[in-house]
Design a protein around this ligand. Sequence first.
Ligand code: ADP
Ligand code: MG
Length: 708
Amino acid sequence: MEFMAGSELAHRGATPLLEKILVSGLKGVGPRSAGKLAKLGIETVQDVLFHLPVRYQDRTRVVPIADLLPRDQAVVLGRVESAQVRMGRRRSLLVHLEDATGSLLLRFFHFNSAQQRNLAPGSLLRCYGEARSGPTGLEMIHPEYRRVSDGEEPALEPSLTPVYPSTEGVSQHAWRNLTDQALALLDRHPDCLRELFTDELLRSLRFSPLAAALTYLHRPPPDAPLAQLAEGTHPAQRRLIFEELLAHQVSLRQLRLRHRRLPAPVLAPVGALSQKLLQSLPFQLTGAQRRVAAEIERELAAPRPMLRLVQGDVGSGKTIVAALAVMQAVEAGYQVALMAPTELLAEQHLSNFRGWLRPLGLQVAWLTGRQKGRSRGETLAAIARGACQLVVGTHALFQAGVEFASLGLVIVDEQHRFGVHQRLAMREKGRAKGRIPHQLIMTATPIPRTLAMTAYADLDLSVIDELPPGRSPVTTVVVPDTRRDEVIARVLQACRSGRQVYWVCTLIEESETLQCQAAENAARVLEQRLADCAVGLVHGRMTVEQRHEVMAGFKHGALDVLVATTVVEVGVDVPNASLMVIENPERLGLAQLHQLRGRVGRGATQSHCVLMYHAPLAEGSRQRLAVIRSSSNGFAIAQKDLELRGPGEVLGTRQTGELRFRVADVVRDAPLLAEVRQTADLLLSEHPRRAELMVRRWLGARIDYARV
Ligand code: ADP
Ligand code: MG
């Protein structure tokens, strides 16, 4: 690690850095509260300063009652005009408070006789609470109050009152006490907190110094713009948000830079195999496919490992682009691993790739977690000997015990289900051989650009932004399931005119068994109602062989209707299918609906999708269905999904928490990202030590994965 000799960052003077002072050094923090704080990741005084309020209360001034609006939280001062206990469903104490401008009802449900005496007519009270409209006008329920004697003017707060994210056992009072002490230290010794932006950056980004921003946010002055603070757009907040996004970006860019320094096999393009493959196809590549294929070809030929994410809407033809990369690797004498997140999708790839590679005399092996015993042993041996050029499978491909003779390229399909950790595991797989295989990652769902810039800053991005010609957008309708008969009539009509139909049953209460039952029931009903149609059924509880048989029947037209659970989401390609009915689409996320719908509209005929919901629809579901109905652009849908459900859902990394920010919000702060990115590159090249410290400050323990 580089230390900057005599730099402005070298710590001067006697005051220790706040990042080095443990919270137990603060007054009032014993071993027990230190333990509670540690659970929140708060170990040092610096951590205390980075624990920011979630909102503020204004106790800096008294508001005339007449100025109160419903939902205002405010301090009022008035005299009790009357107070009665009302019996009724719940015993309550009703206190009428008046000031010179108006009156307000205070309602208490819990009170003892001492409190009742305090609230007697004639008492002067100062209250803090939230105004709301009640049956007889404005009221406050259980406000905080204190009795004031005539002539007394108890001090108001000098700054807005911070409300901290609360946790068990640490009260607001305790938080204020901790932050008071931390702020006092900061005030006395401004040097004790590292400013990681250079003066030049502060100037060009027009940010105030860190200490000023933190002080402001912990104790905003009475005139601070509350609405702006609530939105998270105040300059002091932006300052911290920017730094957090920057730290995140820097850690991923570092990862990328380190990766790019490792050696990779040079896969020189010969082109003979690719030519043969292209000639065997019944279509021409689109311009976008050609462009992305060329980007990949160039990178595979370099001695640095490629780490590229290919995004493309469903049906944009990512598979053939991957196949061209396979050809290049194989021709250079290397093996390729192709990994998919589900067995069904892996199977589909297996059959596609076997179809393409076998005529060229190449061997494709198949490996999943399900394979056991001898057949597994034989497959593993063939992989280790280099007897097969391509291995297709699920994540089992990267379990211990799988050794490749010469792995040159790893392809991951539907990447958004794999996080940074899996990407690293793959890298480790090849590292044993001294060279790092190239990685090509394909997403099933487009990811909004801003999110991709944040989540995948360690990757290079390619976008296939064009669909093959001759596709007409799918017409989507949303109908309640009370119109099931009409929908079934429509299915019949489609079958009679020679088209095929998907009927999708969605997950009920996270139970696969129930989902399979629902599909079985639906299939039975459809069989009865559609006497002259052949109805097939696939679900996750069938064996692979059974599923294959049904899928093959549907693909070859022996079946008219395929009833399926959401397993058909990925990996089936039947161009003659032009109608899809999705039962209870309200249970699915946008990305999944878009994926499903992408199974139709693959042929020349106009395709339709019927979203048959069960009323009543929750607001969120209603919005999602409206988005799907009105848009067929995967990128636009992904952007909506991001806004409606947040980045964790869109990326599928909710569990791993890779994108959990302390102050930043990927959607709200998207406009900052371009500048964050530039600044990250600048910091890394010119101020590596600051970059390092910033990552440590914001990502702390989580940066371990960045050091693999
Ligand atoms: P996805 O990007 O969703 O993985 P696929 O690679 O499965 O899409 O391709 C979808 C369908 O489009 C396949 O049937 C494929 O053969 C076909 N296809 C791919 N590229 C083209 C093209 N340039 N012209 C016509 N059809 C294409
Ligand atoms: Mg695909």
